[in-house]
Design a protein. Structure first.
Length: 212
């Protein structure tokens, strides 16, 4: 089993070991971060073959660029940044619309976005709060299935953001570093993605369809 990289000292040690030619250390790094990379890639890229190729390319890039890692952020953040931008570059080559192309569809007032509450509640919990209190006897599995279905229809950056925040449980600051955006923009986008999900759930699914 791979040794978990849990602090700055261990991160420096594993990087030093890899740069010294320790192949097991690099395998440990892959095992430690393959879940993070897979979450980003699988959320942003549709086709399985493309996903597998991208995951391999990402870890090759991690290996080739490891000597340039200056420990100014967490290793997980640095790896996530490589994965995220590899996906963005792939989508651009495929001419798949990104947020810049969809700004009008998802546009909203930034001051309103900054009022959002970003507590520890799950995305499903946020969706449930959109439903009248007397009708919250929901089938959790069914709700999550509906959420998953709607998440796949969001722009790629929103899908990555939701995954990093709600699945990887990263801070807004870490996500901002990964996605190379201001923290305030990340906060706005997260609120916007939740709002779009809520509106789509309320529009497409009748409340009674969500009841046990």
């Amino acid at each position: 089993m791979a040794k978990k990289v849990s602090d700055a000292f261990e991160e420096k040690q594993i990087v030093a070991d890899i740069l010294a030619g320790d192949q097991q250390a690099f395998r440990n790094l892959i095992e430690q971060y393959q879940k993070l990379v897979s979450h980003i890639v699988f959320r942003m890229i549709s086709h399985q073959v493309d996903r597998e190729e991208l995951c391999q390319e990402i870890f090759i890039k991690v290996y080739r660029n490891l000597a340039s890692f200056k420990f100014q952020s967490k290793l997980s953040t640095w790896v996530g940044r490589i994965a995220y931008h590899a996906c963005i570059n792939f989508l651009k080559k495929k001419r798949i619309p990104l947020l810049d192309d969809l700004a009008k569809e998802y546009g909203a007032d930034h001051h309103e976005r900054n009022k959002a509450d970003f507590g520890a509640n799950s995305l499903a919990d946020h969706a449930v709060t959109a439903i009248p209190e007397q009708e919250r006897a929901l089938a959790s599995h069914e709700l999550r299935t509906m959420l998953e279905r709607e998440i796949t229809n969001l722009p790629a950056q929103y899908r990555a953001l939701i995954t990093l925040f709600h699945v990887e449980e990263m801070s807004l600051k870490e996500i901002a570093e990964i996605m190379d955006m201001p923290e305030g923009t990340i906060k706005n986008y997260l609120f916007r993605a939740r709002r779009v999900l809520k509106e789509r759930l309320m529009e497409k699914y009748q409340i009674e369809d969500l009841l046990v």
